[in-house]
Write a protein that binds this ligand. Structure first.
Ligand code: UDX
Ligand code: ADP
Length: 458
């Protein structure tokens, strides 16, 4: 079959694969190929056991794979054969050299740019989808224009705003799609081509265009604002605990103001995920680089509060359990950084579990989707950690439950049954404020929510 367009996604991760799957689902007349340097990842995408868990994704892959969606590890060949290339490779925070711990590590991305240049035999549109520091498109353009001959590359910035756990619905019905381009004839023509793709399923008023630097910066700023809301409410949760106020009531009252809005005001053990911390540190680095230390410090405090919230949680567990955790069994309920994903990158559960182990607690970790990632995150740990998928089995014989992820299933567990199987006095530390605290207290638990008075018998 002849396809109308040939589209390539480089990087089959949490961002690249779902984005490309959605294009394939919405545009059956386009051929969409996804490549990755990791052959195991590609093999998994071609198997029945997909490497990423996202509600609704498996159905879309089943519908499109082999029809107009293909997964391959032959990156060079696919670069040659495709006209529009989405770059979705990872850009973690640098762990070495200048900007270590702050700036984005662009080695994967630069390698991709060079690979595109080496393998292209015709002009291409190159779309940045990974979150990148501003002006990366410019650097990409420089690399791509260093070749000989009359092949041209138009670089667009099309940041992805989807969130994990809701990727499919976010991609299907996004608040907006943002496309940044150069304002040259070539840039504008490339922009039109990308608009045409999204216009197949997204209303025109939601497809917005801008200059390329604004598009790049908007992504960092959107994530910084979202993370800032989480840190703002978490900072107030500390005050609520001191002042006998209830953070849920405060958040509700504050969020009713239409200027503020009700979303992203859930207090908890802090944000995780691959984006928020990385993007804020990236923003902080850029501000310092451009000589704006006050602005940098302002945004850095969002990350500091996030760390403070996790330290506060640990201190509370330790203090409430009579200042010793040595030899006590703690059941960690949930390891993913949020519900409906198996992703554990930057999950607060990693830090908190390590701290529990440092106190010589025995930890039993339960999670419906993230146990394999949890085991690899904690592979270097010397302490006693067990991984048990069934929450009842995990909790049996434990002194405390620590809720780390807002999985819906944890709301519906039979806490009476769990209480009976635990060592007394039994504790619940609800790091996500998702349980019915009064009900758990009535059963017999000592209950410690976030930003609310604790319910204890001491
Ligand atoms: C985020 C952005 O939402 C998305 O637009 C961007 O493309 C990628 O980064 P993601 O990290 O997948 O998405 O999840 P998100 O729903 O934003 O949650 C991030 C973290 O904040 C999670 O750990 C979540 O538990 C926490 N959170 C969120 C809260 O603690 N409270 C809230 O009210 C909301
Ligand atoms: P994200 O959450 O941003 O999608 P992931 O780590 O889940 O990040 O996915 C990024 C993917 O990009 C990984 O599967 C990685 O193997 C892939 N990748 C990195 N560099 C390259 C490259 N040069 N060519 C192809 N794929 C790459």
């Amino acid at each position: 079959m002849e396809f109308k367009k040939n589209i390539l996604g480089i990087g089959a991760g949490y961002v690249g694969a779902p984005s490309m799957v959605m294009i394939a689902a919405k545009c059956p007349d386009y051929k969409v190929t996804v490549v990755d340097i990791n052959p195991q990842r590609i093999a998994a995408w071609n198997s029945e056991e997909l490497p990423v868990y996202e509600p609704g994704l498996e159905e879309l892959v089943r519908q499109t794979r082999g029809r107009n969606l293909f997964f391959s590890s032959d990156v060079d060949k696919e670069i040659r054969e495709n006209d529009i290339i989405f770059v979705c490779v990872n850009t973690p925070t640098k762990t070495f050299g200048a900007g270590a711990g702050m700036a984005a590590d662009l080695q994967y991305w630069e390698k991709t740019a060079r690979q595109i240049l080496e393998n292209s035999q015709s002009s291409k549109i190159v779309v940045e989808k990974s979150t990148l520091p501003i002006k990366t498109a410019q650097a990409m353009e420089r690399i791509l224009s260093s070749g000989k001959g009359d092949i041209t590359f138009d670089v667009l910035s099309n940041p992805e705003f989807m969130a994990e756990g809701t990727a499919v619905s976010d991609l299907e019905n996004p608040d907006r799609v943002l496309i940044g381009s150069r304002e040259t004839p070539g840039g504008l023509a490339a922009r039109r081509q990308l608009v045409d793709i999204y216009a197949r399923w997204i209303p025109p008023e939601k497809i917005i265009t801008s200059n390329i630097w604004s598009a790049e910066l908007s992504k960092l700023v959107a994530n910084a604002f979202l993370a800032q809301r989480v840190s703002s409410i978490n900072s107030i949760s500390a005050l609520c605990e001191k002042a006998d106020a209830d953070i849920s009531e405060v958040a509700y009252a504050v969020g009713m103001d239409s200027r503020i809005g009700a979303k992203f005001l859930k207090a908890g053990i802090g944000f995780g995920g691959s984006c928020f911390k990385k993007d804020i540190l990236n923003l902080v680095y850029l501000c310092r680089f451009y000589g704006l230390p006050e602005v940098a410090d302002y945004w850095e405090s969002v990350v500091r509060i996030n760390e403070y919230q996790q330290d506060r949680f640990i201190a509370n567990v330790l203090q409430s359990m009579f200042n010793t955790l040595a030899g006590k069994k703690i059941c960690v309920l949930g390891f993913a950084f949020k519900a409906d994903t198996g992703d554990t990158r930057e999950s607060p559960a990693i830090y908190i579990t390590r701290k529990l182990l440092a106190e010589h607690a025995d930890v039993v970790i339960s999670d419906p989707k993230a146990l394999a990632n949890a085991a690899s995150d904690l592979a270097d740990e010397k302490g006693t950690v067990r991984y048990v998928e069934d929450p009842y089995e995990a909790a049996a014989g434990c002194h405390a439950l620590a809720v780390m992820t807002d999985w819906e299933l944890y709301r519906r567990l039979d806490y009476r049954k769990i209480y009976k199987s635990m060592v007394k006095p039994a504790f619940i530390f609800d790091g996500r404020n998702i349980l019915d605290h009064r009900h758990c207290f009535d059963i017999g638990f000592n209950v410690f929510p976030i930003g609310k008075p604790s319910l204890t018998r001491f």
